[in-house]
Design a protein around this ligand. Structure first.
Ligand code: ADP
Length: 395
């Protein structure tokens, strides 16, 4: 049988990452990014072999960007596309692994949107556009929450009355599962350890950020919860705040729930703290120039990250390594160094030269000699999603 091609679509809040993956090759046949969607600077960029190209698509939303993308994919696959794998952020308790998309699955993804208002609607837009263009292809949803279904109950339950869990599904779910699974597997390979006998702390740091404790290939705790808002400081999301904040803002400022949701999901995090940007690159540059807000945002980001990693360590019987991944984790030597500096109690220490070297896709160990392993591992959610999709295709 000829090797199969899978198109992976990863719709984020303001971006679409896409990749055409052949099951026999590590690198994507065609890959690219539509970014700054919804803004006048919206742009579609793609790479096929060594050839790079781009197209400005001012004010394009997800659907418009996909309409530009899909014919290029058809051409790159030479008409031999076997399936489409969609990243879906929230699968609730219903989805413990990837599944073929049908009407019932679409409805379930839609109903989980209440738990992931930034993401599930964007994921659904991607699925619906792909279903319209490729109605005869098998399409698979791969859920960010599925990997974390192995959390023990003492890690996934909130200290709330049981009826809220049993009747409303209110519990911690966790996200970024595809990335945590991929990089912890890669780390075991890189370290020469068996995946089913290895223990990792993982920091996935992109626009959304989360930590995870992985034991023997299973997630045992993670920093995100019912929604992707819990936990770390993120690009525009606050992460943990006092749960009484809602009531306080309602009483003192008269804010209603949509206003408070907007504050916590869109106006907070690095953007809110710095008063400048949600983008770590911009903040690092501004910090260099002495910008007080950018400096504070980076300090808070790193301290809160270290605090979360120390908390995750409670789930591990031993530590085989700390992993950094995601756009910030793979590229920001500054964030890695400031974070690890807060973790002396775990005996973690960086080698500054190795830390500086591991940027822009370079993976490797970055710990100082004689200290526990610290690894930079570029994530590849697209490949993991393609493998999960292939596993559900008929042979
Ligand atoms: P997403 O969660 O949307 O997939 P990414 O994983 O691409 O996001 O991460 C985006 C973040 O990575 C942004 O904050 C961006 O500034 C940061 N980033 C990318 N490159 C660098 C770099 N060279 N230095 C610091 N931060 C970077």
């Amino acid at each position: 049988m000829a090797s199969r091609n899978i198109l992976v679509i990863n719709c984020g809040s303001s971006s679409i990452k896409f990749a055409l993956i052949n099951e026999d090759h590590g690198a994507a046949t065609l890959q690219g990014l539509a970014e700054r969607l919804g803004s006048p600077e919206a742009e579609l960029r793609w790479q096929q072999g060594d050839a790079k190209d781009s197209l400005m698509i001012p004010d394009a939303d997800h659907r418009a960007a996909l309409a530009q993308l899909l014919p290029r994919v058809q051409q790159a696959a030479g008409g031999a596309l076997h399936g489409i794998g969609h990243r879906v952020v929230h699968g609730g308790e219903q989805f413990t692994s990837a599944c073929r998309i049908d009407a019932a699955v679409l409805e379930a993804i839609g109903s989980a949107a209440v738990l992931a208002p930034l993401h599930n609607p964007a994921n659904l837009q991607g699925i619906e556009a792909a279903l319209a263009v490729f109605p005869d292809l098998p399409q698979v949803a791969v859920f960010d929450t599925a990997f974390h279904q192995s959390l023990p109950e003492h890690a996934f339950r909130y200290a709330l009355p049981e009826s809220l869990y049993r009747e409303q599904g209110i519990r911690r779910y966790g996200f970024h599962g595809t990335s945590h699974r991929y990089v912890s597997q890669r780390a075991a390979e890189m370290a020469g350890l068996a995946y089913d006998d290895s223990c990792w702390l993982v920091a996935h740091l992109g626009n959304g950020c989360s930590t995870c404790a992985v034991i023997n290939g299973q997630s045992r705790d993670t920093s995100m919860g019912l929604t992707p808002l819990e936990g770390l400081v993120m690009g525009t999301r606050s992460g943990d705040v006092d749960p009484n904040l809602h009531g306080h803002l309602a009483r003192t400022l008269g804010w209603d729930l949509p206003r408070i949701d907007r504050l916590l999901n869109h106006e907070s995090g690095l953007k809110g703290l710095s008063g400048l940007s949600n983008d770590m690159r911009s903040l690092e540059q501004a910090r260099e120039q002495g910008h007080a807000g950018a400096t504070l945002a980076i300090e808070v980001f790193c301290y809160r990250l270290a605090k979360s990693l120390a908390a995750m360590a409670c789930a591990l019987p031993r530590l085989d390594g700390l992993l950094f991944t995601g756009g910030i984790g793979e590229n920001s030597a500054l964030v890695r160094s400031k974070t690890v500096a807060h973790l002396q109690l775990l005996n973690l220490k960086l080698d500054p030269a190795a830390n500086a070297r591991c940027v822009r896709g370079v993976s490797g160990t970055i710990q100082a000699e004689g200290h526990p392993r610290i690894l930079v591992v570029p994530t590849n959610e697209e490949r993991q999603i393609a493998l999960d999709t292939l596993a559900l295709l008929p042979n």
